[in-house]
Structure formats: structure tokens, C-alpha cells
Design a protein around this ligand. Structure first.
Ligand code: ATP
Length: 253
């Protein structure tokens, strides 16, 4: 169930304190079902912190943050939200399939669900194109392959919301293209809401909507087309730089 306005994530005045610093400064934004929302901005601007708040693992969060109709981090959201962190979380001493079997057993425990679990694991392996490596030890995989194991884990429960922190870092161009195709398929066919961070600006063009961040604030929230048109630029990267310069000038006044 989404919330009453049909959005997957709704943030109002979202503020996060880390140590003595205010890392997110009163953000308002939404993430829609069936849409890929890109979270872009330079290193350290607060992308991971925002994602951690959405999945409920960030401390010192204030403001309103509703996820799929419940407060962020509510236990009922666990099977409905998939999260892939920047550092892939896999057991290196288990094979790829054993990793997935383990997490599938947490989501759907018990003998009665054995066939459903097997099916879910096989589907997730196919989606991330790791079927041929299912018996390989996760510890022997490349960085990009481990990222895909983590992504497969996130896809196990067919989540309504997928939160992916820089999922294509270290992947070759073919895999990046294939993963973006998968993200679009999930949005179009399952109405999954995807929140994907990146600092690779060419990936911005593949998102339905972009949240451009800088120093804990959202500089712009629009479609790639609208951002380019408003800034009078050919690329989202140029539009972003234009917005950063405008914000700097404003601050200097
Ligand atoms: N434990 C902490 N205590 C204080 N400040 C922190 C802590 N962890 C992170 N920060 C600060 O919070 C800010 C946001 O960090 P965050 O990891 O969210 O950025 P990011 O945009 O995801 O960066 P990257 O693209 O490099 O991953 C950074 O300026 C960082 O220095």
C-alpha cells in the first residue's frame, strides 16, 4: 500500500544530524511508484545519508518521512524495501546461490515455502545475469559481480521500493546498460519505485526524475528534459553546473 497520495516516499522537512554537522537540511521530496528517481550530487553532499534515512538505518532523523504509507524503518517495511549499499554485503565463504538461499530463508522461512524460495532465488539470479556463476564462492567474484549478488538479494522479495546506492560503480558498459534496462523493466512492469544514487552524470539521463543535491540541500527536482531546458544546456551535467554556480552566487550575496 502506498500512502494516501500514491507516492512511495514522502519527505517533509527531512533533517539529519551526523556528529556536530547538519548533513541534510530540511528536505522536501517524493519518490513515485513506477518511476526511477535519480539522486545526484558530488561526493559528500548527503546522498547515502538520505538513502539510509529512507530505509530506516540512519540515526538523528527529524521531520516527516513516510515510506509506502508507514514511518521510515517500520518493521512491516522490511520485505517491501530492497536496499543495496555501496559496499556489497555478501558472505564470501558461501556460493552465490547459498547467499541468496540464506536471505530467502529470512524473508520466507519454513519448509512450506521451499519451492517458492527456490523459484525466487532462480528468478533473482537470472535478473542480475549471474546464473552461470551460481556455484562460485562469493569471495572469488569480481567487485561488480558481488554488487550484482547484493542486488539479487534486494530483488528477492519483489520489493515495492528499491533503494540503490551507486549500483553501477565498477561495472563495465555492457553490464551497466543491462542493469539500467532491468531497472526500467522493474519500474514499468512491477510499478517498483526506484531511488538510485549516482555521481555519473550520463546515468542521470536514464532517470525519469532527478533530485540534484549539493551540501545537504536539493538544488533541483525535475525531469532531465526540464532541467536541461530551464538551464538552456545540452546535458544534465551542464545544467547541474549551471545550478551550482547560481547557488554559489546567491550565497555570496
Ligand atoms: N559519522 C559521521 N559523522 C559526521 N559526519 C559524517 C559522518 N558520516 C558522514 N558524515 C558526513 O556527512 C556528509 C554526507 O555523507 P554521505 O555519505 O551521505 O555523502 P554522499 O553524497 O553519499 O557521498 P559519496 O558520493 O562520496 O558516497 C559528508 O560531508 C560526510 O563527511
Amino acid at each position: 500500500m502506498m500512502n494516501s497520495s500514491g507516492v512511495a516516499v514522502e519527505a517533509r522537512g527531512l533533517t539529519v544530524q551526523r556528529g556536530s554537522r547538519t548533513v541534510l537540511k530540511g528536505l522536501d521530496f517524493t519518490v513515485e511508484p513506477g518511476r526511477i528517481t535519480g539522486l545526484l550530487g558530488p561526493s559528500g553532499c548527503g546522498k547515502s545519508t538520505l538513502m539510509r534515512a529512507v530505509v530506516g538505518t540512519q540515526a538523528k532523523v527529524t521531520g516527516t518521512l513516510q515510506v509506502l504509507g508507514s514511518p521510515a524503518g517500520h518493521p512491516s517495511l522490511r520485505p517491501r524495501v530492497g536496499y543495496v549499499t555501496q559496499a556489497p554485503s555478501v558472505f564470501t565463504d558461501l556460493t552465490v546461490r547459498q547467499n541468496l538461499d540464506y536471505f530467502a530463508a529470512i524473508l520466507q522461512p519454513g519448509r512450506a515455502h521451499r519451492d517458492a524460495r527456490h523459484e525466487a532465488v532462480t528468478r533473482a539470479l537470472t535478473e542480475v545475469d549471474l546464473t552461470s556463476h551460481e556455484d562460485a564462492l562469493a569471495g572469488n567474484l569480481s567487485g561488480g559481480q558481488r554488487t550484482r549478488v547484493s542486488l539479487a538479494v534486494a530483488l528477492l522479495g519483489t520489493p515495492d521500493l528499491l533503494v540503490l546506492d551507486e549500483p553501477t560503480v565498477g561495472l563495465d558498459p555492457v553490464l551497466r546498460r543491462d542493469l539500467w534496462q532491468l531497472f526500467h523493466t522493474l519500474a514499468a512492469e512491477r510499478s517498483t519505485a526506484l531511488l538510485i544514487s549516482s555521481h555519473v552524470m550520463d546515468e542521470a539521463e536514464r532517470c525519469h526524475r532527478l533530485l540534484l543535491m549539493r551540501e545537504g540541500e536539493i538544488l533541483a527536482d525535475d525531469t532531465p528534459d526540464a532541467l536541461r531546458t530551464a538551464a538552456g544546456t545540452d546535458t544534465v551535467e551542464e545544467a547541474f553546473l549551471h545550478l551550482v554556480d547560481a547557488a554559489r552566487k546567491e550565497n555570496a550575496r
